[in-house]
Write a protein that binds this ligand. Sequence first.
Ligand SMILES: C[S@@+](CC[C@H](N)C(=O)[O-])C[C@H]1O[C@@H](n2cnc3c(N)ncnc32)[C@H](O)[C@@H]1O
Length: 345
Amino acid sequence: MQNIVNNHIPVLLNKVIKYLQPNSNKVFIDGTFGGGGYTLELLKYGSKVLGIDKDIEAIKQGKNFFKKNKKLFLILGNFAYLKYYAHKYGLKFVDGIVLDLGVSSNQLNNHNRGFSFMYDGPLDMRMNINQKISAKTLINKLHADDLIKIIHTLGEEKYAKSIVLAITKARKIKNITRTSELSYIINQVFKKKKIKTRINPATRTFQALRIYVNNELYNIIRALIESQKILNINGRLIVNSFHSLEDRIVKYFLKANSNKKQKKSKYKINQNNILNNQYAFKILTPKVIKPDNIEIKRNPRSRSARLRVAEKISICSNKFNINTLNIPRLINYKNIWGYNSVSIF
Ligand SMILES: C[S@@+](CC[C@H](N)C(=O)[O-])C[C@H]1O[C@@H](n2cnc3c(N)ncnc32)[C@H](O)[C@@H]1O
C-alpha cells in the first residue's frame, strides 16, 4: 500500500511476520490497520485478516486499496472490543493478534488532524472523528490541576506545572485552538526558563494529550485481556509500543500471565490470580525487540518501537485484575468518557 496517499512505513514488519508465521489456513486480527502495512503482508501469504481501525480515513483508504478482497474484513472500531468484532464475523478463535500502537504517519502528516506540533492545524488529535472530546476541549476546559496531572503522568513531563500555568494564562485571554499556538506557549516556557532539550519542548505535552484524548491506555489493557480469550492455543499476541507507559503495560501484563519470574520492582504484580499454576502465555521475547540501525535510518519514526510477543499456551482464563498493573492514576473522567465500570485513570 506504498502509494501516493499512504505515507506509513510498517515498523518491524519482518519480525511481525516471523512471529505470526502466516499461511493460508490462518486467521489474524490486525487491531491497528492504519496504512495496512501488516495486513498487506499477511494477505500475501493467503491468510484471512480482520482489520480494525478507529480512524474512518484509514478504513476508507484500506477499502479503496484492497477493493473486495475476500480474505479481508475491514472494521471501523476500537480494538478494545476485538472479541466482539471477531465473534460478529464468525471467528471464535484466531491464530494471531497484532497491535501496532499509536498514530500512523498518515495521521501525523495530516495538518488537519492536529496530532503534530510540526504543522499548524486545529488542536484536535482524535483518532475517531466522531468522538466529542478533542485536545482543544481539554486544553481550554479542564481544571489546571487535572491538566498538570495528565501532562505530568502521560507525558512524563517534568515542567508540567509551568506549562499549565502558561496555558491557563493564555486561555483567559482567548481559547487556544491551533497546534501552533499551544506549541508556541510551551516553547516560550522553556525559553524563559532557559531549559535546553534534545527534543522539541512540545513533544511530551502533545503525547500526553493524544494518549488522553484517545483513551489509549485503557484501550490497550482491554485489548490485552480480550486477546487472551480469543487466541487459539499456539496463537500469538504481538504488541509494538512506542513509549514507555504502553510498553510497561504490555510487559507487566505478559509477566502476570506467564511463568516469567518477577524481579523486585515498583510495578510488582499480584499473581494470586493465577489458577492451579497454569498460565495463559509463554513469552517469546524475553528481551524486547527494537529496530536495527538500518531500519531507523530508513524510517526514523521507528526508533522508539518496542516489540513484545507471547504465545498462548493454555486455555485458562486468568481473572486478571487491571489494578495489579499499578498504572499511574489520573482523575477518572467517567462522565467525559462514559465508561462507568472501569477506572484506569
Ligand atoms: C501505528 S498505526 C498502524 C500502522 C500499521 N501497522 C501499518 O503498518 O500500516 C496505528 C493505527 O492504529 C489506530 N488505532 C490506535 N488506537 C486504536 C484503537 N484503540 N482501536 C482501533 N484503532 C486504533 C490508529 O488510528 C492508527 O491508524
